[in-house]
Design a protein around this ligand. Structure first.
Ligand code: ZN
Ligand code: ZN
Length: 328
């Protein structure tokens, strides 16, 4: 197998050839058809997240077909198409796992971070954490659903059913998917981009946003909720300022620059500030069953697997709309 592998933070991924891996008990081997590029991958490469201490193959938006089954795998078959997300394993015994909050597990493994991911021609996954995807839709279009879609979904649920107007800060892969879901649910979407980024504002409006503007602009009226996808701490006070009394601000990213101090007024009147961490398998089941009915269309830019460093650089610089996807 071939892969683009990270040996140390702040270094480019390297093209490596590795011996084909054999799935262990309860594992599957997936022949990768496509793997999305997530901002979290950038945080791993840039050292914003602690380095796992060993070389790692990034990538946690994997779509592919099972080409080998480990011992004892049930409910999955050779040749079946599956998606492999960020949550790669949980312990099943800690208080969080017991309480149905496996996204907060004390001893998790994360695909493309603490276990090898999908910037490769093949990947090994714990069968219990892979989602059957059916045969509708192509691999490239589906890949961004596996994290941008799933985390976006968890964030939208966290925003609350009663949030009829929702601001999305950072209109990238996650926002472009979840905007479509929110609109389909009858909510109004407000897209916030980097100040002056007219192209992305047009993109937001083309997907049905009722308003789009810079993150330094106030929305035309106070919002019920806001979700922050961009890794920029200064957006927290901006989003609090944009929501109404009792409104909720959801921080959806795994990393953010420091949040500047802000007057208590912005939080007062029962505004809420919460974060979303990881996903549960139930999130995946809920979202992936809803996604086809919602008619979600992902906008993707394809890169060859070998060009993963270019894809990451383009994501960092905001050079494309929607999501980047690697194709082996
Ligand atoms: Zn656990
Ligand atoms: Zn991700």
């Amino acid at each position: 197998m071939h892969a683009m592998r990270l040996s140390a933070p702040h270094t480019p991924l390297e093209w490596v050839e590795l011996p084909d891996r054999i799935p262990g008990p309860g594992e599957i081997r997936v022949r990768v058809g496509a793997c999305g590029v997530c901002r979290t991958d950038l945080h791993v490469v840039d050292g914003d997240l602690p380095f796992p201490g060993h070389p790692v193959i990034p990538g946690h938006e994997i779509v592919g077909r099972i080409d080998m089954l480990g011992q004892g795998v049930e409910g999955l078959a050779l040749g079946q198409r599956v998606g492999v997300p960020w949550l790669g394993h949980t312990c099943g015994v800690c208080r969080y796992c017991h309480a149905g909050h496996e996204n907060l597990c004390d001893h998790p493994l994360f695909t493309g971070y603490t276990r090898d991911g999908g910037y490769a021609t093949a990947a090994i996954a714990d069968a219990r954490y892979a989602f059957p995807l059916g045969d509708e839709g192509d691999d490239v279009s589906l890949a961004p659903l596996l994290c941008a879609g799933l985390i976006g979904w968890r964030s939208l649920v966290m925003a609350g059913d009663d949030a009829r107007s929702v601001g999305l800060y950072g209109f990238g892969a996650a926002a472009h998917i979840i905007a479509q879901v929110a609109i389909r649910q009858g909510r109004s979407v407000y897209g916030f981009t980097r100040p002056g980024d007219g192209t992305t504002q047009d993109f937001a409006r083309s997907l049905g946003a009722v308003w789009a503007g810079g993150s330094d602009e106030p929305p035309p009226q106070p919002l019920d909720a806001a979700i922050i996808f961009a890794p920029v701490g200064a957006l927290v006070p901006a989003a609090l300022r944009a929501v109404r009394k009792g409104g909720r601000v959801v921080c959806a990213g795994i990393h953010m620059s420091d949040i500047p101090s802000f007057p208590y007024d912005l939080l007062w009147e029962e505004r809420q500030l919460v974060s979303v961490a990881n996903l549960t398998r139930q999130d995946g089941i809920d979202f992936l069953s809803l996604a086809p009915k919602a008619g979600i269309r992902t906008q993707t830019t394809r890169y060859a697997l070998r060009d993963a460093n270019q894809a990451l650089a383009d994501l960092r610089a905001g050079r494309f709309e929607g999501a980047a996807v690697l194709v082996p």
